[in-house]
Design a protein around this ligand. Structure first.
Ligand SMILES: Cc1cc2nc3c(=O)[nH]c(=O)nc-3n(C[C@H](O)[C@H](O)[C@H](O)COP(=O)(O)OP(=O)(O)OC[C@H]3O[C@@H](n4cnc5c(N)ncnc54)[C@H](O)[C@@H]3O)c2cc1C
Length: 131
């Protein structure tokens, strides 16, 4: 294979691409190849956790990303009666906490999946993280 530069990276996932960017910024010529013909369309990054965001900030993409994203703390601003946020699931307290609603939010596609609605007592018998 000719003209691949100094480094050939196999795999255009986050690890391959960030490595390529890091090397390119240091003046190293990089070629990235991938077995897939196009970007995979099934969502695999619906949510980013703080360590990932720190890395993204280090690479200088945080502003761009957050401008397109829905930040989970914004939920607290929009919905005063929100309960807690557990592993991507959001628990709403309804009617003075008599009822509870659990939703899972796909932030990328801005779709909300209702996972549970019931009384507080019924809520105590489910696992909000897996329901
Ligand atoms: C359904 C699903 C949902 C997920 N949701 C989230 C989420 O919300 N938040 C989050 O942070 N993480 C999520 N993840 C995890 C995240 O996708 C992975 O941690 C991340 O993609 C790993 O990055 P990677 O670069 O190591 O590998 P990958 O992303 O798997 O990239 C590897 C690349 O190498 C290519 N490749 C492999 N073998 C070859 C070969 N022999 N020749 C050429 N190319 C090859 C593949 O086509 C692929 O593009 C999810 C994963 C899945 C499966």
């Amino acid at each position: 294979m000719e003209n691949v530069g100094d480094v050939l990276i196999c795999g255009a996932g986050p690890v391959g691409l960030l490595t390529a960017i890091g090397l390119a910024r240091r003046g190293i010529r990089v070629t990235v190849i991938d077995g897939e013909p196009a970007v995979v369309q099934s969502p695999r990054a619906t949510g980013y956790f703080p360590p990932t965001l720190e890395l993204i900030a280090e690479f200088g993409f945080y502003e761009d990303l957050s401008a397109r994203a829905f930040l989970s703390h914004e939920l607290k601003l929009h919905f005063r009666l929100i309960g807690e946020i557990v592993d991507g699931r959001v628990v709403f307290n309804i009617a003075g906490n008599k009822y509870r609603l659990v939703v899972w939010i796909n932030y990328t596609y801005r779709v909300v999946y209702m996972r549970f609605v019931g009384t507080h007592r019924q809520y105590d018998n489910i696992d909000a993280q897996t329901v």
